[in-house]
Design a protein. Structure first.
Length: 222
């Protein structure tokens, strides 16, 4: 293939990634991942920040994983400082799929406690993938500050991340179980149950933890 033909292919791919039809964007992302080219990396990262369709974003991430980490990771790390929540969230998600542990220092406390739930959830999942063994207790301590946050989907994401760290989370959970906020105590108790019995299911663990917290409050009032 001549240089001119290659350039034409790249131009067509760029047009496809920006097409109004999501099925066209999906095919374009698939094509870019099937035939990687360094020229695609910047456009893929840019598109991740604005793509409205989940399944297309997933294909964009896959396409990025098909390119060398030396090209993709620096661009993704730059997105972590973006003012656009989707840019931060999708960059984190893609970093978790690439799995380059050199990105770990960029998973900051600020991202782990991001005000946007989707960004925070992506940061939790990514942190668990990239964290060095010796950093796990410190990560558990930061994640435990988010116990009781958000709706069930967010709480489930946090519990899964904590449980994935293993027994190092136990001191943080014990501390959280004495928190003034009953929501924090309930979430900590449910996470502790899932650590002991991963098959218990989150809803069951939450309801059981609620009963424990209610009994404890009743005992204190009595």
């Amino acid at each position: 293939m001549t240089r001119q033909e290659q350039n034409a292919d790249v131009s067509r791919a760029f047009e496809g990634l920006a097409d109004e039809d999501p099925s066209v964007r999906l095919r374009a992302a698939l094509g870019v991942g099937t035939t990687p080219d360094p020229r695609y990396v910047g456009k893929l990262v840019e598109r991740c920040a604005v793509e409205p369709e989940f399944h297309v974003r997933d294909m964009l991430t896959w396409a990025l994983t098909r390119h060398p980490a030396a090209l993709t990771v620096p661009r993704l790390l730059g997105e972590l400082r973006s003012g656009r929540a989707q840019a931060r969230s999708q960059a984190l998600h893609t970093l978790s799929k690439i799995g380059d542990r050199g990105a770990w220092p960029s998973i900051t406390r600020e991202l782990l406690t991001d005000a946007d739930d989707e960004v925070a959830r992506s940061a939790w999942r990514t942190a668990v993938v990239l964290v060095p063994e010796e950093e796990k207790p410190a990560l558990a301590a930061v994640l435990s500050t988010q116990l009781g946050r958000g709706r069930r989907e967010t709480q489930l994401s946090l519990s899964r991340a904590l449980v994935a760290l293993g027994e190092v989370i136990e001191p943080a959970l014990r501390a959280a179980m004495t928190a003034p906020d009953p929501g924090v105590r309930t979430h900590a108790g449910a996470t502790e149950r899932l650590l002991r019995d991963p098959e218990a299911g989150f809803e069951f663990a939450i309801e059981e933890a609620k009963r424990v917290v209610a009994l404890g409050a009743g005992g204190q009032e009595g």
